[in-house]
Design a protein around this ligand. Structure first.
Ligand SMILES: *Cc1c(COP(=O)(O)O)cnc(C)c1O
Length: 371
C-alpha cells in the first residue's frame, strides 16, 4: 500500500448519517441553514473566537476577508494598494491578494519557524501599503505581537492565513483572535476538515454583514443588493461532515502527536537535518512534519530523499516548492529577493503525517531517510 503525505480523517459513517438525517427531512440543503448554524456555534466554542463566518473553502474566505475589511477600496484610493505577505506559502494566499487588485509585496521568512520575519517588514512599507497578510506556516504561530505593533504604528490591517493553525492557542488564546481577521481552511487534506470548507474569525462585529453578503451575491435583503458579491456559501452536508469531525478532533490531534513524537525521537540530533521545534507557549495541532536537509552536512539533498522514499511507494511533498515569488505568474511582481524563503523551498520536505499513520510506517520512513 502506498503511503501518501496525508490522508483525510473519516468520522463514523453512522454519525454522519445521523447528522444529515434532518437535512433529508427539512430539504434545506444550503444558504446558511440549521446545520451551518450548529457547526458555526460548535466551531466558535472550539476555536474560542467571538465571531466566525463560514465559507465554501479557505481560499474564498481569505479573498472575501480582504474585501470585507475594505482593503480593495483602500488600495484603489492609494492608486494601487500593496499588501506585505510571505512568499513561503501555498499560492492561495497570494492569489487572494492579487485577485483583489492588490499587489503582493514579498517579505522574507526566518529560519526558526519559516514564518514572516518581523525584522524585514518595516523596510517594505510604503504609502501604498494597506495590510500585512502573514501565514502561520506548518502551524507555527507568527510573531503576532511584533506584527501587531508594526501594523498599529503604520495603520495597517492584519489578516492571518491560519490554514495550518486550526485549533491552536498561543498563551492560551485561540489563534483566531490575533490580527483583524484569521482565515481557516477545512479542506480534506487539513488537520480538521469539512470535505471543502473554510472560515474567517474576527472580533470587530462590523465585518459580519459584509462577509455574509459577499459570500451570497451581495444580497442584503429580499429586494436589495448592496455589494458585488460572489457565491461562497458552505452547504449543509459539508457542515454536517465538519460537525462529525469536530467531535473527534482531539483524538485526531493526539494521534498526530504520537507520529510527531516518533519522528522527532528518530530524527532529531542527526547531522544535517533541521526539524521544527515545538514553539513555547503554543498548543500545537501537528499539521505537518517538515524536515530541512542541509545537503553538505547530511550528504544527500532533499530531492535525493524525496526520490528514495518514492522508490518505496512513500510520497512525501516538497511543500512549499517553488516559493511563490519564483512562480511563473508572480515572477514579474517578485520585487526584492527573499533568500531565506528561496533556500528553504529548495531544501525542505514534508513527510507523511496524518491521524492513524502506523508507527511501523513512521519507522520505515525514518529508516529510509537515515540510510
Ligand atoms: C489549504 C491552504 C489554503 C487554501 O485553503 P482551501 O480551503 O483549500 O481553499 C490557503 N493557504 C494555505 C497556507 C493553505 O495550506
Amino acid at each position: 500500500m502506498p503511503i501518501f503525505v496525508t490522508r483525510s480523517s473519516m468520522p463514523d459513517i453512522e454519525d454522519y448519517i445521523k447528522e444529515i438525517q434532518p437535512i433529508f427531512e427539512s430539504r434545506i440543503l444550503t444558504n446558511m441553514g440549521p446545520v451551518y448554524k450548529k457547526f458555526q456555534g460548535m466551531l466558535m466554542d472550539y476555536l474560542n473566537v467571538p465571531e466566525l463566518s463560514l465559507f465554501v473553502n479557505g481560499h474564498m474566505a481569505l479573498e472575501m476577508a480582504i474585501q470585507a475589511l475594505g482593503l480593495k477600496q483602500r488600495g484603489e484610493e492609494a492608486g494601487g494598494g500593496e499588501v506585505i505577505t510571505t512568499p513561503y506559502t501555498f499560492v492561495s494566499t497570494t492569489h487572494a491578494i492579487s485577485r483583489n487588485n492588490l499587489k503582493p509585496v514579498f517579505c522574507d521568512i526566518r529560519m526558526s519557524d519559516y514564518c514572516m520575519d518581523p525584522d524585514r517588514i518595516e523596510e517594505l512599507i510604503t504609502d501604498k501599503t494597506v495590510a500585512i497578510v502573514p501565514v502561520h506556516v506548518y502551524g507555527n504561530i507568527c510573531d503576532v505581537n511584533r506584527i501587531e505593533n508594526i501594523a498599529r504604528k503604520h495603520g495597517l490591517k492584519v489578516i492571518y492565513d491560519g490554514a495550518h493553525a486550526f485549533g491552536e492557542t498561543y498563551h492560551g488564546i485561540g489563534v483566531g483572535n490575533f490580527g483583524d481577521a484569521t482565515m481557516f481552511s477545512f479542506h480534506a487534506t487539513k488537520v480538521f476538515h469539512s470535505i471543502e470548507g473554510g472560515a474567517v474569525a474576527f472580533h470587530d462585529k462590523r465585518y459580519g454583514v459584509p462577509l455574509h453578503e459577499l459570500k451570497n451575491f451581495g444580497i442584503h435583503g429580499a429586494e436589495e443588493v448592496s455589494a458585488i458579491g460572489g457565491n461562497a456559501k458552505l452547504d449543509e452536508f459539508r457542515a454536517a461532515m465538519g460537525i462529525c469531525n469536530l467531535k473527534r478532533i482531539d483524538e485526531y490531534i493526539r494521534s498526530r502527536k504520537q507520529v510527531h513524537d516518533r519522528y522527532f525521537e528518530r530524527l532529531s540530533g542527526v547531522d544535517g537535518l533541521i526539524l521544527c521545534p515545538e514553539q513555547k507557549d503554543v498548543i500545537h495541532n501537528y499539521a505537518y512534519f517538515p524536515i530541512y536537509f542541509d545537503r553538505e552536512k547530511f550528504g544527500k539533498s532533499r530531492d535525493d530523499v524525496f526520490a528514495a522514499l518514492r522508490e518505496k511507494d512513500i510520497y512525501s511533498r516538497k511543500y512549499f516548492y517553488p516559493a511563490v515569488n519564483d512562480m511563473e505568474c508572480y515572477r514579474d511582481a517578485a520585487g526584492k529577493a527573499t533568500p531565506v524563503a528561496h533556500d528553504v523551498s529548495m531544501n525542505i520536505l514534508t513527510v507523511p503525517m496524518y491521524e492513524g499513520l502506523a508507527m511501523e510506517d513512521v519507522d520505515r520512513i525514518c529508516d529510509i531517510i537515515l540510510s
